[in-house]
Design a binder for this molecule. Structure first.
Ligand code: AHR
Length: 899
């Protein structure tokens, strides 16, 4: 057999071309072998020439008896070989074999469309007998369509003893196969052999058939398949994108609240962080002064906060007092006013107190005096304003001191010492501005709070017992965050979690404690009712009228208006409870009680139940391999639509610390394209954990990192930022029909805009021909791209190492080439008119839409001439009927548009 080496795709070192038929002759009955292998094909039975995809012509076959064949064998079917072809079917039924090589009874291989499955396949039969076992490498997820070009490649790897099928440059399936015979008949294009007879005749076109001795690599096959083709079709409206599609999840972990989002700058303000030592506090004795501090429980402020910081003043020279180091520093910025409050009581005269914000080395940035302290507990407030022109800094401390010599030998008690910088939207007990701005950039539609493990606690006593987290901060006892191992001051209580969602225009997804702890304690059925009532009260606090007890309490706490609560989650990750109690009675008891009181609420289960309906189920996805997420990009494509909606309440690639890598972000983005495409089922997703103080991570990989002064978003943050901004109001059809096999996509539309999101998680650029159907062409727009070294991470030192870049796009029309860079996420925001969705949804865009559809109908050949009449489906927003078009595609006849 001739195995003449000729041109293979660039980089094809392991395989040599043994046959290549371009079918570009366009006339006659011979297709030359341009490989130099000397195997011309003879066109038989009326086979002729059609329009090609590679070059001007292809082999045109009309079914029964038409094919082209060589005189003798081209491939040694016992050695490694690769066979490829472009195929375009005009008829889909039955077996149709594009390339084969004859044995006596059967073919040595079949690159084919199978009649039994209707799918493309690369099939080999163990012996030269129709009775022998066939092995099929199939493309089960690709439904062939007529009139569409597909690139198929079959590979036999003799060393591995496998056969593989590639469609459009993507590996579909690999199967073990051990050949026991050699097919030494002619190579046939457009038919096969079975039971000694020619069979599987093709109706359609075949182009650029190649055979190789050896195994072409995946990238070489992708190169043969040519630039990727991405077709987007606005006339195929998909599901509406939910307002909750992109959400957020927050719990107290990694000092997310205390030392994070909650703007309080004083660490251990309630002195409870460690019962044995006043963490973050120190005595300050200036020149000629002496003082000591200790924790004291003998002078309680109240029952919620009985511990105070006792300053025993020995002598007073320059000053004697206490200093707080903050959460790994205290941020000082120019021209900033800080609010100070504390409770104090004196034993003897300690004089007026001085409150300072100063550097560790003692440079005072701002100072204020309070009135003298009495022998009874009282609240003292003041403000500190820093001068303009100073450089933002972190190595600072907060000081309360006396310089009054009469204080010598006397005692000062302090507790609930608070220092607040300006907060987001000036909420008094509110949130850190830079972090809120970052969260606002994610446009969360829901905010799942307050946990997570934090909600559950290790023990019942350390659960998130919401009633102890509301009211004035001095009345909040705080609690040990047993899930993550540190004290929670509960300044960030239920009200603040709800306000957080509100400030970000998100609906809270409130998770209620449901009778299960992280250590496996299950509240028995007979003892569960008080916790059900606790949840009912909690919901009443969130949405009850002010005439109800807990609605009134909400108003008293400063928020008379109900919150926008629509979903309540019953517990967290209850699949860990192996006792069966969730299904047996916990979920039912909460479900029945909440539905009875609040039938409008959607209830979220944390693991499947059968005992009661599930409105929504919360599924969590964590994996350290970005490919895990990419490989689950189609997880929901075929999922049942008859069950509950899905919310992906937690997901993250756990790669990189304290925040993640670009590779992780790209895997997640591929996954998110699948969630958006399936928006009818998956109503939202939220990354976890959201926040990490880089000085104290409790969890390896997080979304947004910070210290007390600065913050940054990880690549995953920027990816979500792009996705949350880069979508329309409904999904539209999209299909990747060839290319590198490393692309993931979703497309959506809103009036005037078509969004195409593409993830390329491969290490090569992906040149792609993008086609827009069902709408007018793009007149401009922008491309926002996130790319870089896949191992790259952002940090406080390099906050924008991986960050999106936006470029303007000019007019692109309906078909344009775009290269999606290696390791990238791209959002194309294209300015377009038309699309079925806009026709149905918006007034004012009707004429544009109609025009766009008409143009498209002409262009796609539905209307064969510019004045032809065509039938449009109702989905286009038009009444079914026949319409005529002008030369510009404008509808001549007046039409009525369905609304
Ligand atoms: O996100 C960190 C933790 O992961 C959450 O608290 C918990 O729900 C999950 O197991």
């Amino acid at each position: 057999m001739a195995a003449c080496a000729a041109a293979a795709p660039a980089g094809a070192v392991g395989a040599s071309l043994t046959g290549h038929w371009t079918f570009d002759e366009g006339s006659g009955t011979v297709a030359a072998d341009s490989s130099g292998g000397g195997h011309p094909l003879t066109l038989t039975g009326g086979a002729s020439w059609g329009a090609g995809i590679v070059g001007p012509h292809s082999l045109l076959l009309g079914g029964g008896g038409q094919y082209a064949a060589s005189a003798g064998p081209v491939i040694d079917t016992t050695e490694s070989f690769t066979v490829s072809a472009w195929v375009n079917l005009s008829h889909l039924g039955g077996y149709q074999t594009f390339v084969s090589q004859d044995g006596n009874q059967v073919s040595g291989f079949y690159l084919q469309l199978r009649g039994d499955t209707g799918r493309f396949a690369f099939t080999r039969i163990a012996y030269d007998s129709p009775k022998a076992l066939g092995t099929i490498a199939s493309a089960s997820s690709i439904v062939p369509q007529s009139g569409v070009w597909y690139h198929l490649a079959g590979v036999y790897d003799a060393a591995r003893q496998t056969i593989s099928l590639y469609v459009n440059g993507r590996l579909q399936q690999t199967q073990s196969f051990v050949p026991n015979w050699q097919a030494s008949g002619p190579l046939a294009v457009g038919r096969a052999k079975y039971a000694g007879n020619p069979v599987d005749f093709v109706s359609g076109r075949i182009d650029d058939v190649r055979t190789y001795l050896g195994v072409l690599s995946a990238s070489e096959i992708a190169e043969l398949a040519g630039p990727g083709r991405l077709s987007v079709d606005a006339s195929q409206p998909g599901p509406a994108i939910n307002s909750t599609q992109f959400g957020a999840f927050l719990e107290e972990i990694n000092h997310s609240g205390d030392g994070g989002l909650y703007a309080e700058l004083i660490r251990n303000r309630d002195l409870k962080e460690d019962p044995t030592s006043p963490v973050a506090w120190s005595a300050l004795a200036g020149r000629g002064s002496s003082a000591t501090i200790s924790l004291d429980s003998t002078e309680p402020l109240n029952s919620a906060n009985p511990i105070s910081l006792k300053l025993s003043i020995g002598s007073v020279g320059s000053r004697a007092g206490v200093a707080n180091a903050g959460w790994w520093g205290i941020p000082v910025r120019p021209s900033t006013t800080y609010r100070v409050s504390f409770f104090a009581k004196a034993g003897g005269d300690v004089g007026p107190l001085t409150v300072d914000l100063e550097s560790i080395s003692g440079k005072v940035w701002a100072s204020s005096q309070t009135r003298g302290v009495t022998g009874s507990w009282a609240k003292y407030t003041t403000t500190l304003t820093t001068p303009s022109g100073i450089t933002p800094s972190l190595s600072n401390r907060f000081v309360i001191s006396t310089s009054d010599r009469r204080a010598a030998g006397n005692t000062l008690w302090l507790t609930i010492v608070s220092l607040f910088p300006p907060t987001y939207q000036n909420l008094a007990n509110g949130f850190r501005i830079d972090l809120m701005q970052k969260l606002a950039g994610l446009h969360p539609g829901y905010f799942r709070v307050p946990g997570g493990n934090y909600l559950e606690g290790d023990t019942i006593d350390t659960r998130f017992a919401w009633k102890t987290t509301i009211g004035p901060i001095e009345d909040r006892p705080g609690h040990f965050n047993s899930a993550w191992g540190y004290w929670s001051q509960d300044g960030m209580g239920l009200l603040e979690y709800l306000e957080l969602a509100e400030q970000l225009h998100a609906q809270p997804l409130l998770a209620v404690w449901a009778g299960y702890t992280l250590t496996g304690t299950v509240v028995p059925q007979s003892q569960l009712q008080p916790y059900v009532q606790e949840a009912l009260d909690e919901i009443q606090y969130a949405i009850g009228p002010t005439s109800t007890p807990w609605g009134a309490r909400r108003a008293a706490d400063g928020h008379p208006a109900p919150f926008d609560l629509r979903m309540v989650e019953i517990g967290n990750e209850d699949f860990f409870d192996q006792s069966g109690s969730y299904n047996a009675y916990r979920y039912p008891m909460f479900y029945d009680a909440i539905k009875a009181a609040y039938p409008q609420l959607k209830l979220v289960a944390t693991t499947p139940v059968t005992s009661r309906p599930m409105d929504v189920i919360d599924e969590h996805f964590y994996n350290n391999d970005p490919n895990y997420f990419a490989s689950n990009a189609h997880l929901f494509d075929d999922a049942s639509r008859s069950g509950p909606k899905v919310i992906v309440g937690e997901y993250a690639t756990t790669q990189g610390t304290p925040t993640g890598t670009l590779a992780g972000a790209l895997g997640e983005s591929a996954f998110l394209t699948g969630l958006e495409r399936n928006a009818d089922l998956v109503i939202g997703a939220s990354y976890a954990p959201l926040l990490v103080n880089v000085n104290a991570p409790s969890w390896p990989t997080n979304l947004i990192g910070y210290d007390a002064l600065n913050s940054y978003g990880s690549p995953s943050y920027w990816a979500q930022h792009m996705l949350a901004e880069g979508h329309g109001d409904h999904v539209i059809g999209s299909q990747l029909v060839s290319g590198s096999g490393t692309l993931f996509e979703v497309a959506s539309h809103r009036p005037g805009h078509t969004y195409i999101v593409v993830v390329n998680n491969g290490s090569a650029d992906a040149p792609t021909q993008v086609t827009l159907n069902g709408e007018s062409g793009a007149t401009g727009g922008s491309a926002t791209v996130l790319t870089g070294d896949p191992t790259a991470m952002n940090s406080l030192a390099q906050p924008l190492l991986v960050a999106p870049h936006k470029v303007k796009l000019g007019a692109l029309g309906n078909s344009f080439r775009y290269t999606f860079p290696a390791n990238s996420l791209t959002v194309l925001d294209l300015l377009t008119a038309g699309g079925a969705g806009s026709a149905r949804a918006r007034s004012g865009s009707q004429q544009v839409t109609v025009t766009a559809i008409a143009r498209q109908a002409i262009r796609s050949g539905v209307a064969s001439t510019r004045t032809a009449k065509v039938t449009l489906r109702p989905v286009h927003g038009l009444k079914p009927g026949r319409y005529s078009f002008s030369a510009t595609g404008r509808i001549r006849r007046s039409v009525s548009v369905l609304r």
